[in-house]
Design a protein. Sequence first.
Length: 96
Amino acid sequence: MRGPQNLHFMRVTEDDVSDLERALLRRGVVQRAAHLERCGRCRRTPLIGERVYVYEREAVRCELCRADERRAPLESHVIHGPEFGHSMRIGDQRAA
C-alpha cells in the first residue's frame, strides 16, 4: 500500500482557472464560427437578415463591400439565424 508521501499535489491558482476558462471559450467561439459565412473582402460576419452576394469562385461579399465590386453577382441570399427551419407555424384549421 502506498502512502501519501508518493502523491504530488498540484496547486491550482485563480489565474490558471481563468486561463482555462478563456481557452475553452475561445475554442467554442472558433468552432461555432467555422461554419458561418464571412465576407471575402473585409472578413466580417454578416448580420442576421443581411443580404450577401456570391460572385465567381464562391467569393462572398457583404452589403458594405458589394459597392466596390464592378461585376454582377451570380446570386444573393439572406443570412438566417440558427433557429431558421426549426420553428413551426400553426395554421387555423377550424371550419369557416
